[in-house]
Design a protein around this ligand. Sequence first.
Ligand SMILES: [Zn+2]
Length: 173
Amino acid sequence: MAAPSAQAQHGHAAHVHGQARLELGWDVGPAGGQLSLALEAPLESLLGFEHAPRTAAQRQAAQALLGRLRTAQGLWTLPAEADCRLAQAQVQAPVLEAAPAPGAATPDADGHAELQAQWRYDCARPAALTGLQLHLQGQFAPLRRLEVQAAVPGGQFRRVLGRQDRGELRWGR
Ligand SMILES: [Zn+2]
């Protein structure tokens, strides 16, 4: 198979252990606001391994990771005044699933595997969502560098967060 071109890689995070990428979008419409977050990471960056779990401890770690991502518990804090509800959460990590569906992505021949997750929040008082606090960057031992790409009313910005960085993102007045 030919190596993917630079073009094909556009918008797709490189597979670098210890790193992850978070895309954040914020749209305000007549009925409220929708906040979307999408995470793309080598499994190694979140879990410390990227093969199917082999031991009870690894199975437990994998289930804990999936559960935590599905609930988004502790990953970020949204302003309470914005009244946001988690409307949708999806996590895809085929290598962690006990019986992958036929045709599901398998790890690369060299054993690398990724996790992708998406969340959507519906916010009843969007005017109050002028930023958020990210905690994701400090939650996973192997994760050293989180790249954040945000597209919000008023523009786009990019931030790179290390484990110790305060993840305060602001875009409102
Ligand atoms: Zn890898």
